[in-house]
Design a protein around this ligand. Structure first.
Ligand SMILES: Nc1ncnc2c1ncn2[C@@H]1O[C@H](COP(=O)(O)OP(=O)(O)OP(=O)(O)O)[C@@H](O)[C@H]1O
Length: 321
């Protein structure tokens, strides 16, 4: 049954293969309008392929997809008019100024001179680039370039903005700035933002996420709900004798404790409340205790049996920090 909230994106049984590789393997998605929605998955999970289909750049082998209420195969022109797309790789002309890049895009979309002037000025303002609109893009920082790309994707007032890995290669401070802009866009322009990422930290910023692995939807929901479903906190202990402490936690409390380089680790619901009892009853000196609530990596692990970092075949920028 169709939801009563208008849907920005709907897919049913979507499939796409490249030779023997099934990149998208029967994907059902529904994204209500007005959300920041993340498509989270390791490298090669099928995220870019799905965006390609939704943006009418690729044809699916089976299934169907609608964007902003239009069918990607039967109404591709309508879909294109209502979407903005920001690719992983920069497609800006570095020799042109920021303003010229936007003007060029306005021409491509057939905006009148007057409309173009108004839209270009408004978008430069929205992403805080008015002050450097006359400088060549080659002089912009990575974050400024990404903001200009987002402005360009928004020039024709799309209803859905697709962003493929919006902050890849950017430093942490710039990532925060880009995210502030995305939230502002959603708030002020009421558009749906559909982004792909393999960064768990990035997905945390979204209203809803869909975790995808090997072309399939693993689980869908808000980050807080998905983490709450995992339930148990991770407790890590540094003790005088980790092997003995792990054994005691298993025998006295019945938790699956292990001893390793990170100390003794086990999971328990209500970890913080359990710590006083643990320290009082454990007959091994405890030097430190860390309680970590479930993360999206725990959600991925629970549903796929491996962590997203294990599933990723290329290192994440975060793992390098
Ligand atoms: N043009 C292509 N020809 C052949 N195989 C492809 C092509 N594009 C993607 N694939 C394969 O399809 C699968 C899904 O790729 P896709 O790029 O959609 O994943 P992704 O989740 O976006 O990954 P990344 O985060 O690395 O961009 C991968 O196994 C990939 O190697």
């Amino acid at each position: 049954m169709r939801a009563t909230v208008p849907l920005a994106v709907l897919t049913e049984g979507l499939r796409k293969s490249y030779g023997g590789t099934e990149a998208v393997a029967g994907l059902d998605l529904s994204v209500p309008a007005g959300q920041i929605f993340a498509f989270l998955g390791p490298n090669g999970a099928g995220k870019t392929t799905t965006i390609g289909i939704l943006c009418t750049l690729l044809r699916p082998n089976a299934g169907r997809a609608e964007v902003a209420g239009y069918d990607v195969l039967r109404q591709p022109e309508d879909v294109r008019r209502h979407i903005g797309l920001v690719f992983q790789e920069s497609t800006l002309d570095r020799d042109l100024t920021g303003e010229q890049n936007l003007r060029f895009q306005a021409d491509l979309f057939g905006l009148s001179r007057r409309e173009a002037r108004r839209a270009v000025a408004a978008m430069l303002e929205l992403v805080d680039l008015t002050h450097c609109k006359d400088a060549p893009v080659s002089t912009y920082s990575g974050g400024m370039q990404r903001r200009l790309e987002i402005a360009r994707g928004l020039l024709h007032a799309p209803r859905v903005l697709f962003l493929d890995e919006p902050t890849t290669g950017l430093d942490p401070q710039t990532r925060v700035v880009i995210w502030e802009h995305l939230h502002r866009l959603r708030r002020e322009e009421h558009i749906t933002v559909f982004l792909t990422t393999h960064h768990l930290e990035e997905a945390e910023n979204c209203d809803q996420i869909a975790i995808i692995d090997e072309g399939r939807l693993v689980v869908e929901g808000s980050p807080s709900r998905l983490k709450a479903e995992v339930g148990a906190d991770l407790v890590a202990l540094r003790t005088g004798n980790d092997e003995a402490a792990a054994r005691a936690v298993r025998e006295q409390f019945g938790f699956e404790a292990t001893a390793g380089p990170g100390g003794v680790r086990f999971r328990v619901t209500g970890g913080a409340e359990f710590v006083p009892r643990l320290c009082a009853e454990l007959h091994v000196p405890v030097h430190s205790v860390t309680v970590t609530p479930p993360t999206l990596d725990d959600v991925f692990l629970r549903h796929t049996g491996r962590t997203i970092r294990e599933a990723d075949d290329t290192p994440s920028v975060f793992s390098e920090l």
